[in-house]
Design a protein around this ligand. Structure first.
Ligand SMILES: Nc1ncnc2c1ncn2[C@@H]1O[C@H](COP(=O)(O)OP(=O)(O)OP(=O)(O)O)[C@@H](O)[C@H]1O
Ligand SMILES: [Mg+2]
Length: 246
């Protein structure tokens, strides 16, 4: 196991968010964490990543390095994309970030040399998020925590960015916890998914998704999302989506 949460519970100012959560990440495994808005996905991810101490339970980590990709790219505006990636490398302990690594990671996420020389303000939203993924990959992480990284980008681009993560995971064998509220995204990207409940009772359901990410075709993904959208265990997910639309 790369990561294990045992009986984790958390509350803010006495208000319970979730209790008795058990979750683990096997080597190379991608787990999608789903749930309606406000149910505690970000809190759980932050606990898993060690950014927040849980009130109860414990987190066991068996890896050297992790990286986090947030919903917003969080690039430093006064640095070029290249320097932002280098900054991530330095923060993880590299004394002299190699130019080759940065070029290669840039290329992997579809950023060319002249894109890497641009400042965040000169890049499109999608390119900024690509740079954030490159910054995460550059440190050779064993585990990556993604918190709704592609929610803010448009549909066509979203797919390209998902493919980028699927390809990188297959190549580099990192484990990942991937928070999303998009069931189709979870079914494309993950090996397994867990749905967190809104009523602080932990997971409503955990499912293994057949096949490997990247090998599932659109028909399979569409059909599975369709089936699960009628499954009571996923009801909160769709209720909140409907609430959001009204
Ligand atoms: N720092 C904090 N202080 C107080 N309450 C917080 C804090 N962070 C989160 N909360 C509360 O904890 C609950 C869970 O928040 P969290 O951000 O983990 O939800 P989420 O599932 O990630 O939601 P979303 O899908 O909207 O991102 C919410 O009720 C939120 O208001
Ligand atoms: Mg969140």
């Amino acid at each position: 196991m790369k990561l294990a949460l045992d009986g984790v519970g958390h509350a803010f100012f006495g208000r319970e968010v979730f209790e008795d959560i058990h979750l683990s990440l096997a080597p190379g495994e991608i787990v999608a964490l789903l749930g309606p808005s406000g149910c505690g996905k970000t809190t759980l991810l932050q606990i898993a990543a060690g950014l927040v101490d849980p009130l109860r339970g414990r987190v066991r980590r068996a890896y050297r390095r992790h990286a986090v990709v947030f919903q917003e790219p969080r690039l430093l505006p006064w640095m070029t994309a290249r320097d932002n990636i280098a900054y991530g490398l330095r923060a993880s302990g590299a004394t002299r970030p190699s130019a080759d690594i940065i070029e290669r990671r840039g290329r992997e996420v579809g950023l060319l040399t002249h894109d890497l020389d641009k400042y965040p303000a000169e890049l499109s939203g999608g390119m900024r998020q690509r740079a954030a993924v490159a910054r995460a990959l550059a440190v050779d992480p064993d585990v990556i925590f993604f918190d709704e990284p592609f929610t803010a980008v448009d549909v066509g681009l979203k797919r390209a960015l998902q493919d980028l993560v699927i390809g990188a995971a297959a190549r580099e064998h990192f484990s990942a916890l991937f928070v999303t509220h998009d069931l189709a995204e979870a079914v494309r990207i993950a090996d397994r998914l867990a749905v967190l409940s809104e009523g602080h009772s932990g997971f409503v359901t955990e499912r293994r998704i057949e096949g490997r990410p990247g090998e599932r075709n659109d028909r399979f993904i569409f059909d599975l999302v369709e089936t699960w959208s009628h499954d009571p265990a996923f009801a909160e997910l769709f209720d909140s989506a409907r609430k959001g639309l009204s």
